[in-house]
Design a protein. Structure first.
Length: 176
């Protein structure tokens, strides 16, 4: 599949109403830290989170779609103000469908960012699909756009920079 240029990607983002993201390998560096008691820690990128907050302030809907449940993910998304945290279901298309109905949106208005094989089906369904730079080769073959940054290293901020450019908003104007 031919990939969009950055300029083409920015143009396509103009119609997007929902940013749906996988977590492990997208919002994190694909690592999970487990303590001896099973306590889980994840490393999230602060700039990704900051830009997610700015996007929420501007009215973009954000959703987490993760195949596995994580209390760490739940906690981080609560901290950022992300209301739509969908976890623990392998079929991400079916996981997202009720939210789209609730928000009165369709898949054409969704940009989805993933990194792994589990993300291929939703990448095909979304109006605009993105893979982070260090994604599986199989996903890279399917998506419209590939970030320059790796997962957990500013890939979400990169996409949101493009989104703000698309809608003509300077992120500095959203900082309180």
């Amino acid at each position: 599949m031919k990939k969009l240029t950055r300029a083409e990607f920015v143009q396509r983002l103009k119609t997007i109403k929902l940013l749906a993201m996988d977590v492990d390998g997208v919002l994190t560096d694909d690592s999970i830290y487990f303590g001896p008691d099973g306590f889980e820690l994840k490393r999230f990128n602060i700039s990704d989170g900051f830009y997610m907050v700015l996007a929420l302030r501007h009215g973009l809907e954000l959703a987490i779609v993760s195949g596995r449940y994580s209390a760490a993910t739940e906690s981080r998304m609560k901290d950022l103000g992300v209301k739509h945290v969908l976890q623990a279901k392998q079929d991400k298309v079916e996981m997202l469908r009720p939210l789209l109905k609730e928000l009165k949106l369709d898949f054409a208005q969704v940009v989805f960012i993933g990194n792994e094989l589990l993300d291929i089906r939703l990448a095909r369904e979304a109006g605009l699909s993105v893979a982070v730079a260090d994604s599986s080769v199989d996903l890279l073959d399917e998506v419209d756009y590939v970030t320059e940054r790796k997962g957990g290293q500013g890939a979400i901020r990169e996409v949101l920079d493009c989104y703000f450019e698309a809608i003509g908003v300077n992120p500095k104007d959203l900082v309180i």
